[in-house]
Design a protein around this ligand. Structure first.
Ligand SMILES: [Zn+2]
Ligand SMILES: [Zn+2]
Length: 220
């Protein structure tokens, strides 16, 4: 579960519920944030995992959403209700979350309904930064898989850590995917030169070469 001394994998298939995409915890000092929320079917298990990492679920300050899809956002409404955190998402994916659009958020794929919620912090992906425990998390717009996909980038233990969920796609008209944007975003992700890549469904890639290899395979 430990990725760096401050970053942990706390949710995802093995850790919470099978359909969940990965959920990561960033713990900078007394403040912490979650990256993505899973489907919301195992929130109690998620809280147990957060506690195991030495953080208090009630004090998680932000939920940083990478994009609008149900396997990453289905649990957001419950997290908001139970712990009152601030939810951040890109402004282009926000309308589908706030309206509970089951097609664009892919909830239909899972035979589920998205519980809609308000996005507190609408990101543009150019120059946004999240402050957590006095440290900085950068937001970069990476459209293609969905119009408002973003990646979060921060530094921990002297390493550049990139949270990029659904690097692998897929692209689908019902998600409003865009192949040209997707390819450009992949090239942008490669250029970041992350030391650690935290992906949504394929786990954690350590080392610049490993992270780059994972991203490069989708640029065909
Ligand atoms: Zn997705
Ligand atoms: Zn996903």
């Amino acid at each position: 579960m430990e990725i760096t001394s401050e970053i942990f994998e706390v949710g995802g298939g093995r850790l919470t519920s099978p359909e969940d995409a990965a959920i990561y915890l960033i713990k900078f000092g007394e403040e912490s944030a979650l990256v993505d929320a899973g489907c919301g079917l195992a929130t109690d298990r998620l809280f147990v995992n957060i506690r195991k990492c030495g953080a208090d679920p009630q004090r998680v300050k932000y939920l940083l959403l990478t994009h609008c899809h149900y396997d990453h956002t289905g649990g957001a409404a419950d997290l908001k209700r139970r712990i009152g955190l601030d939810i951040a998402a890109h402004e282009l994916d926000t309308p589908f979350l706030e309206a509970g659009d089951n097609r664009v958020t892919a909830a239909n794929w899972y035979g589920a309904k998205l519980k809609s919620f308000r996005v507190d912090r609408k990101l543009t992906g150019s120059g946004d930064e999240i402050l957590l425990g006095g440290r900085k998390i950068d937001v970069v717009h990476a459209p293609g898989h969905s119009p408002g996909s973003v990646v979060y980038l921060t530094e921990s233990d002297g390493l550049k850590v990139l949270f990029a969920q659904d690097v692998h796609g897929p692209l689908d008209p019902s998600f409003l995917s865009n192949l040209k944007d997707y390819k450009e975003s992949l090239r942008m992700l490669l250029a970041i030169g992350a030391d650690i890549l935290c992906e949504g469904h394929y786990g954690v890639y350590r080392g610049k070469a490993e992270a780059a290899r994972f991203i490069r395979q989708f640029i065909t």
